[in-house]
Design a binder for this molecule. Structure first.
Ligand code: ACO
Length: 328
């Protein structure tokens, strides 16, 4: 039996126009540009305008990716959208994206894996494309973290931003081949990064809102250490599975949570920092959207060259961690 080859045939991304700088944040909470730059490497981030949503951002990124793949929206037969900030709890943002694209042929659903949403979706779609049922899959991660950010909490509000990234995966197409992926989670640490209210455990109420429990809370320090060790482990595991080593890697595209985390991951992998793709300075942490936005930027700007080995790795709430290898 000939092996089915699943490849990335198009990428796209979208960033809201509104830029929120560190100087803007200095006027909102007790912080400084110096602290934010030194501790996170973030200079500015993008924030959605009124009327913009996860599905509207996802539509822009998806149309770009579909066009780059030389397809039309109706050619897509599977849509998976990674997000923790869907337009509505019901229906899935993926269905709203499908409607925006005017697509009637796909099965569409969301996955909730926080910052790992894109790599989780990549792994899932890769498996679903095998075996004949689906041919062209659209994988998207879009996040409007600004709506779940407590803009009075300096510990978190300096970190997050909004955006969307997308990729089309096509079977037997000659696209950029996904060699392997690795996804994992550990619910033991779920309280380290959490939005407590708004679900079945804590339905939304005036009391919950007054206690600001509908916003993201994070124990940054603990998350930091786990982020580094998990991303190093995930990277090594996916390389081991593919029979490759870190010396084979051309580019590392890590989840963009914090510049110090990315540097520590590169150090843990013994990979020179020049081989790490960074855009956290411009966009902050957009949860699951950071990896596909980085991927699309690298693709559109010609950073990735034929034959390059790209290692994508992420870490986020859940806790979840994931890595994927693509031969460009
Ligand atoms: N401005 C000024 N001071 C601040 C700010 C701020 N914006 N935020 C915190 N501080 C203060 C704290 O109050 C603390 O002061 P204290 O010592 O007087 O109590 C001090 O700075 C140090 O705080 P730490 O939390 O120890 O700072 P740290 O160096 O750990 O940096 C950060 C904090 C940036 C949050 C870091 O821990 C981090 O990046 N963590 C990981 C984030 C992450 O990877 N998240 C996962 C993905 S996100 C997702 O899934 C949606």
């Amino acid at each position: 039996m000939t092996e089915e080859k699943i490849g990335i045939t198009g990428t796209g991304y979208y960033l809201p126009e509104k830029v929120l700088t560190n100087a803007d944040l200095e006027k909102m909470v007790d912080t400084t540009d110096e602290w934010i730059m030194e501790r996170t490497g973030i200079r500015e981030r993008r924030i959605i305008a009124p009327g913009e949503t996860v599905s509207s951002m996802a539509e822009q990124a998806s149309r770009q990716a579909i066009a780059a793949a030389g397809l039309e929206p109706e050619d897509i037969d599977l849509i998976i959208l990674g997000t923790i900030t869907p337009d509505t709890p019901l229906p899935a943002a993926a269905c709203l994206l499908q409607r925006r694209l005017g697509n009637k042929t796909a099965a569409s659903f969301d996955i909730s894996a926080a910052c790992c949403g894109f790599i989780y979706a990549l792994e899932l779609r890769e498996k679903m494309l095998r075996g004949g049922r689906y041919r062209n899959a659209l994988i998207v991660a879009a996040e409007a973290l600004s709506v779940v950010t407590d803009w009075e909490d300096r510990n978190t509000c300096v970190l997050f931003g909004d955006g969307a990234g997308a990729a089309v995966l096509t079977k037997d197409s000659g696209g950029h081949r996904i060699l392997d992926s690795f996804i994992r989670s550990d619910g033991e640490y779920s309280s380290l990064l959490i939005i407590e209210a708004g679900g079945s455990a804590c339905p939304i109420s005036i009391e919950q809102i007054e206690q600001r429990r509908h916003f993201i809370q994070m124990e940054g320090n603990k998350v930091f250490k786990l982020a580094v060790s998990s991303m190093v482990r995930a990277s090594k595991e996916v390389l081991r599975r593919a029979g490759l080593t870190i010396d084979d890697v051309t580019w590392l595209l890590p989840h963009q949570a914090n510049l110090r985390i990315m540097k520590a991951v590169a150090k843990g992998l013994k990979l020179p920092e020049e081989q790490v793709y960074i855009n956290v300075d411009r966009y902050g942490n957009m949860s699951g959207a950071t990896v596909p936005i980085g991927l699309a930027e690298m693709d559109h700007n010609g950073v990735l060259k034929p034959g390059d080995l790209l290692l994508m790795v992420a870490f986020g709430g859940g806790l979840t961690w994931a890595a994927s290898l693509v031969r460009w």
